[in-house]
Design a protein around this ligand. Structure first.
Ligand SMILES: [Zn+2]
Length: 147
């Protein structure tokens, strides 16, 4: 029997808890992305994981990862964007890495960490901090939960 795409994808994802990364454990290509063969095509794993969760995906849209894990297939760690936004996100990640600091007070940071530990998702928490970038909140939640 030929497996459908959803089975092929889900059986190769190591599902984490909560806001953890979900690493792809299937085949990868040279640059480190997960791939899956389906009907004679090579598909990008994280893009397909996003599509499985949210449905149809315009081919012009890029699925951008907000975490630093190239193999991550957690749709919560992905946002849709243009190529320009993809480049911008890369820059933000690089700059954040270099500066190694948050645009948050310690009080805010602790408040977000408490909520993350109670199991709240970054998307919910972010609603109360609209001035912060989603990536900032997501990363804080991510680092708190994955200690
Ligand atoms: Zn991730």
């Amino acid at each position: 029997m030929i497996k459908n795409l959803e089975d092929k994808i889900t059986e190769k994802i190591h599902f984490g808890k909560g806001d953890e990364c979900w690493p792809w454990v299937g085949a990868t290509v040279g640059c480190g992305y997960g791939v899956v063969a389906h009907k004679g095509k090579m598909l990008v794993a994280h893009r397909e994981a996003y599509r499985l969760r949210y449905g149809k995906l315009a081919s012009t849209k890029k699925v951008l990862r907000t975490c630093k894990n190239r193999l991550c297939c957690n749709p919560e760690h992905m946002i849709l964007g243009s190529l320009a936004e993809a480049h911008q996100l890369q820059r933000v990640k690089r700059n954040d890495l270099r500066r190694g600091k948050w645009k948050l007070s310690d009080k805010q940071k602790n408040r977000i960490k408490e909520r993350a530990l109670r199991g709240e998702r970054a998307t919910w928490i972010r609603r109360d901090y609209p001035h912060l970038s989603y990536i900032t909140v997501l990363r804080l939640v991510h680092d708190t939960v994955n200690v």
